[in-house]
Design a binder for this molecule. Structure first.
Ligand code: HEC
Ligand code: HEC
Length: 218
């Protein structure tokens, strides 16, 4: 892949750290063999469904889609909402999710992650035809002159992601994608240096456009 050439040295280093973290950091520590889908379903129904729905479809302006997302990614996000030992703030800050994540045991985070991961993918649509062309261009080619790599290089041509390292984005609500890219920009979400470096190079209209394109990916 020719992607790294589009990065500055600093962003490239962040990318390598990010990939290393993805491969060695959290995956190895998870005992997925022990996940209990029934227990995960019960937790989802009792707690999470109020916002994410039982089938993980979420709702625009309320909560992101979780259906068909990689289990390891969901688990990592739940751990990132918690303040870890030696930290003063969580790596992913959300006043809504902090409390729900804190209330879950490590085992239940795995169970509920496995449950939502097992729900069928849900499709959606791009809503702003005038934004889609720019969004598609950024998705497929990036913005080479500003060191923005193609999103497809990591998240896959159809946005299905690549388990374990790269999350699924296809069909996500546009407003959630916008919010996450802005959280990476502001540092409210600093749980992945490479993704943060990429988001910081995007301008507001580009964020809107690529988020709209992502909503229509399937
Ligand atoms: C009151 C509504 C609400 C409830 C209940 C709720 N969530 Fe969330 N969830 C949200 C919102 C809002 C976000 C986006 C927060 C952010 O910006 O990081 C979110 C984000 C997430 C994410 C990150 C998704 C991604 O694509 O990165 C995961 C994982 C998640 N929630 C899991 C859960 C689980 C598991 C439960 C139940 C134990 C739960 N949530 C309960 C509102 C809720
Ligand atoms: C170098 C690989 C890489 C590239 C290129 C990349 N991403 Fe990401 N992206 C990631 C990783 C890894 C994560 C998960 C970070 C984490 O652990 O929370 C992520 C997370 C995200 C999220 C948060 C998803 C969620 O569910 O909350 C969004 C949105 C996103 N990327 C959008 C983009 C867009 C738009 C582009 C293109 C401009 C892009 N990414 C390019 C690696 C990449």
């Amino acid at each position: 892949m020719s992607q790294p050439r589009m990065f500055s040295k600093r962003a490239f280093r962040a990318l390598m750290i990010g990939i290393g973290y993805g491969i060695c950091g959290w995956d190895a520590s998870i005992g997925w063999a022990k996940t209990d889908l029934e227990r995960g379903q019960a937790v989802a129904a009792q707690v999470c469904a109020a916002c994410h729905q039982n089938d993980g479809r979420g709702a625009s302006g309320v909560a992101p889609k979780l259906a068909a997302q990689h289990a390891q990614y969901l688990y990592k996000q739940l751990t990132d909402y918690k303040t870890k030992p030696n930290e003063t703030a969580p790596e992913r800050s959300s006043t809504v999710m902090a409390g729900f994540a804190a209330a879950l045991s490590d085992q239940d985070m795995q169970n509920v992650a496995a449950y939502f991961a097992a729900q069928p993918a849900l499709t959606a649509f791009a809503h702003h035809p005038e934004e889609v062309a720019l969004g598609r261009k950024i998705w497929r080619r990036g913005i080479p002159e500003r060191g923005v790599p193609a999103c497809a290089a990591c998240h896959g041509a159809t946005g299905a992601g690549i388990p374990v390292q790269y999350p699924r984005l296809a069909g996500q609500w546009q407003d959630d994608t916008i919010e996450q890219l802005k959280a990476f920009q502001s540092g409210a979400r600093h749980n992945h240096p490479a993704m943060q470096a990429i988001a910081k190079r995007l301008l507001e209209p580009e964020i809107r456009a690529v988020a709209d394109y992502i909503a229509g990916l399937r």
